[in-house]
Design a protein around this ligand. Structure first.
Ligand SMILES: Cc1cc2nc3c(=O)[nH]c(=O)nc-3n(C[C@H](O)[C@H](O)[C@H](O)COP(=O)(O)OP(=O)(O)OC[C@H]3O[C@@H](n4cnc5c(N)ncnc54)[C@H](O)[C@@H]3O)c2cc1C
Ligand code: SF4
Ligand code: SF4
Length: 372
């Protein structure tokens, strides 16, 4: 029997229409024939196949043997053990609910501007500025707020300079498929890319590399993960924050989640919205996501714990460890032991376990997708 060559038809049937699709857009940017589009209207966040080339459910290029979209998808079949094995040389144990790590520390930017702009310790921004200024990468795929920021619509974009990194700093809790900024980065001449993203996106470079998805895979040089248990539909602004709490989105200056939604307004006000009230606006693509801790990033970052101006950093790969060590040596970042905050690791485990229960996003068996 000839080897199976899974293509868009299988991706559509097994991921896009089953609730496993996170909307990470890895399939879209990897498609060599540009026949995948991306719908981000009305809280959808899904790839779709253009009609002329096989209709919604099939792909004429796939019929002829192209398998690239399935090789890029970090939710296709046995994605988790395949990526684990490729990146770390083994499959994580059941106990490693937050993924495999070399070291976990608290870290932050030493540059006061980056620290102030960052959501927590500004570590992500410091990593990007360091990697760009030391010529380790040409560009970073990040998220911005559209326009002047008053719509709070998070959009993917490219950062090539310190100013652009500063403009992209901070967290938005609606979805931004940063991977989608890939084409813009390439159009600007970039070849070596950093990707910032939640677990769904942070697993994309590993999936592409594990399944040999060609040039796209080789371009991702650094992956910075964001811890994440869910994102929300944009409708949360009018329907919850404004309707129930009178918080107009144009007046919101900053948001954070620390057990509750913390909302700072431009008039200097501070408000809290209980997270349980936000549940109805959970984005559909997050409902079955098992990965809280961005398990396939080089370094994963989060804001849980006692210290609001430090970033929890889960250092996973050798590249991530070398980068953070170089930054500390050069004075671009400082670290302190995670044991300074005794509550943070139990909380990490608890939140990771909560996401793991949302499967089946994963199967533990290691049956690789055959390269096409
Ligand atoms: C949707 C979301 C949910 C999160 N949930 C948790 C959580 O439950 N627990 C936890 O500990 N940490 C969570 N985080 C991570 C946390 O908010 C910080 O991003 C992390 O601690 C890094 O802080 P920093 O100061 O080092 O980053 P910064 O220097 O502020 O850099 C943040 C980076 O994140 C990017 N970004 C911002 N918003 C988005 C978005 N919507 N989509 C993609 N990229 C984005 C920015 O472009 C920037 O590059 C979440 C982040 C996001 C975006
Ligand atoms: S999870 Fe990502 S790569 Fe997979 S089908 Fe959805 S958008 Fe495409
Ligand atoms: S919960 Fe976070 S990591 Fe998982 S799909 Fe949603 S945005 Fe992605």
């Amino acid at each position: 029997m000839p080897a199976e060559k899974p293509q868009w038809r299988e991706l559509f049937a097994e991921v896009v229409t089953t609730g496993a699709c996170t909307g990470c857009a890895a399939c879209v940017v990897t498609c060599p024939y540009d026949v995948l589009g991306y719908d981000d209207a009305d809280g959808t966040y899904r790839p779709f196949h253009v009609a002329e080339d096989g209709g919604a459910e099939d792909c004429t290029h796939g019929v002829r043997g192209c398998t690239l979209c399935t090789r890029a998808c970090p939710r296709f079949r046995t994605w988790e053990p395949e990526i684990d094995q490729h990146l770390f040389g083994r499959v994580r144990s059941e106990e490693e609910v937050a993924g495999m790590t070399r070291e976990i520390v608290l870290a932050r930017a030493t540059d006061p501007e980056l620290l102030a702009a960052g959501q927590d310790g500004g570590l992500v921004s410091a990593l990007l500025v360091y990697a760009l200024e030391r010529d380790l990468v040409d560009a970073a795929l990040v998220s911005y707020l559209e326009g002047d920021g008053t719509t709070w619509k998070a959009i993917p974009g490219v950062a090539r300079t310190r100013e652009e990194v500063l403009a992209s700093a901070g967290s938005r809790y609606t979805y931004s498929a940063n991977t989608l900024a890939y084409s813009e980065a390439l159009a600007g001449g970039a070849e070596r890319l950093a990707l910032v993203g939640m677990g769904c996106q942070a697993s994309a470079p590993g999936a592409m590399a594990a399944r040999k998805a060609g040039k796209v895979a080789r371009r991702f040089q650094l992956t910075i993960g964001l811890l994440c248990s869910k994102t929300f539909d944009d409708a949360i602004f009018p329907e919850l924050f404004e309707a129930r709490y009178g918080l107009e989105r144009a007046q919101i200056a900053k948001m954070n989640i620390k057990g509750v939604f913390q909302v700072w307004t431009r008039d200097g006000g501070y408000h809290e919205v209980p997270l349980r009230e936000a549940r109805d606006w959970t984005r559909e693509g997050c409902m079955r996501c098992p990965d809280f801790a961005a398990e396939h990033a080089d370094i994963s970052t989060g804001g849980i714990g006692a210290y609001g101006d430090w970033t929890l950093a889960l250092v996973r790969s050798e590249k991530g460890a070398d980068l953070l060590a170089a930054m500390v040596r050069d004075g671009a970042a400082e670290t302190r032991p995670v044991t300074d905050d005794p509550g943070v690791l139990p909380l990490l485990e608890k939140l990771s376990n909560a996401s793991r229960k949302r499967g089946p996003g994963t199967t533990r068996r290691l049956i690789p997708v055959s390269p096409g």
